[in-house]
Design a binder for this molecule. Structure first.
Ligand code: KG4
Ligand code: ZN
Length: 363
């Protein structure tokens, strides 16, 4: 593969010179980097809401043969791709590094080796180009994706975060101020999708494949369980549902009965969607939130989007969700989250480290 070099000082201007241009001075440009899992991504975001570029190099095809993300392969691929992806993001945005105000980077949660590639690269650029560095929480990035296409959206609102590693109900009280009011006790929603997809032979990544197959099935064909957690009305549990699907498949096999995979996919999805939507609208009512948002990879699920829209409409709640490309991992959402942190004066040192189990709202 051809090497791609990042030009740090090739444009002949520095921050002092930039002061002469009133037009660019009032805009804040963030170069954002994301490498927490299997996408190498970089973006340039203006004033937190306008995406000038959003480059994503996906490793999905590479991991598909193993049935899931292989951390060591992910890290190596990030190393290979990151310079190219950042260069592309700057080029598409028609901006050089000297025109960037700050570097935003995901530093957790995620795979430690994968995160380290983005963090090391962001630190190197911040140091060499003398730019401030802002570490971003990956899930706060997912939440912030909602700001990009909804210029009128401001906190407070309630956000259901559903990704491969997280299922959280979050009160977004202000920019960068979060309170988690519900979480999963075991599997995340995306994890359940991926495991069920594997069990019915759909392979990785499971979510989009189950979503597509479910369209051909009957969501009421099989009654799978909806778990409630005693004393924690806004928490979730999906491991029982996953086991119920596996038991159903085993029983069919033992009885030599054919399995209608589309019905399994649709019925499983109905159980997930019922729980996610039900708990979200109940929480919105309890916490008097008039605005509800979705975030994370599972937020691109067609059945979830449709059901949440209906539930919000019938209760007079305003519903927001990013378009599918901004639901799954990308750097534009990291640029948006970094912008609001940057505006608050948050800066990370060059000792910024990857934190694989970083909690939301922690620094
Ligand atoms: O947010 P994300 O891209 O990465 C993490 O931060 O985890 O989410 C990835 C997860 C995977 O589990 C994937 O199967 C799921 O999101 N996903 C979906 C859909 N698209 C992606 N799940 C259900 N329906 C989809 N359309
Ligand atoms: Zn994610």
């Amino acid at each position: 593969m051809e090497d791609t070099w990042l030009v740090l000082d090739g444009c002949g201007c520095d921050e002092m010179m930039r002061g002469g241009n009133m037009e660019t001075e009032k805009d804040t440009l963030i170069l954002a980097i994301e490498s927490s899992c299997d996408e190498t991504a970089a973006a340039v975001v203006k004033n937190g809401r306008t995406v000038l570029s959003n480059v994503i190099s996906s490793q999905i095809a590479l991991h598909t043969i193993y049935g899931g993300v292989v951390p060591e392969i992910a890290s190596r691929k990030h190393v290979e791709k990151i310079n190219q992806v950042i260069s592309e993001a700057l080029k598409e945005a028609k901006v050089e590094l000297c025109g960037i105000d700050a570097i935003g980077v995901t530093y957790g949660p995620g795979l430690v080796g994968a995160l380290l590639v983005g963090v090391a690269q962001a630190k190197a650029i911040a140091f060499a180009a003398k730019k401030p560095l802002v570490g971003v929480h990956h899930i706060e990035g997912h939440v912030s994706a909602n700001y990009i296409e909804n210029p009128e959206l401001e906190p407070p609102f309630l956000c259901l975060v559903v990704s491969g590693g997280h299922t959280h109900l979050v009160l977004v009280k202000d920019y960068g101020v979060y309170e988690v009011i519900g979480r999963t006790h075991d599997d995340a929603a995306g994890e359940a999708y991926d495991k069920v997809a594997r069990a019915i032979g759909l392979g990785y990544p499971g979510g989009p494949k189950v979503d597509a197959l479910a369209k051909e099935g009957d969501p009421h064909a099989i009654l799978f369980p909806r778990a409630h957690i005693e004393g924690a009305p806004f928490d979730f549990s999906f491991s029982g549902l996953k086991s119920a699907v596996l038991n159903y498949l085993n029983t069919c096999e033992m009885k030599n009965e054919p399995v209608r995979r589309a019905d399994v996919a649709a019925s499983f999805q109905q159980a997930v969607v019922d729980v996610l939507v039900g708990r979200t609208v109940e929480a919105a009512e309890k916490y008097c939130m008039g605005k509800v948002a979705l975030a994370g990879g599972v937020a691109s699920n067609s059945a979830l989007r449709e059901a949440m829209q209906k539930a919000c409409d019938s209760r007079g709640l305003k519903f927001y969700r990013p378009s599918p490309l901004l639901c799954t991992d990308n750097a534009a959402m990291i640029g948006t989250a970094a912008y609001y942190e940057y505006k608050k004066g948050v800066r990370s040192g060059l000792d910024l480290n990857a934190v694989p189990n970083l909690k939301i709202g922690e620094r």
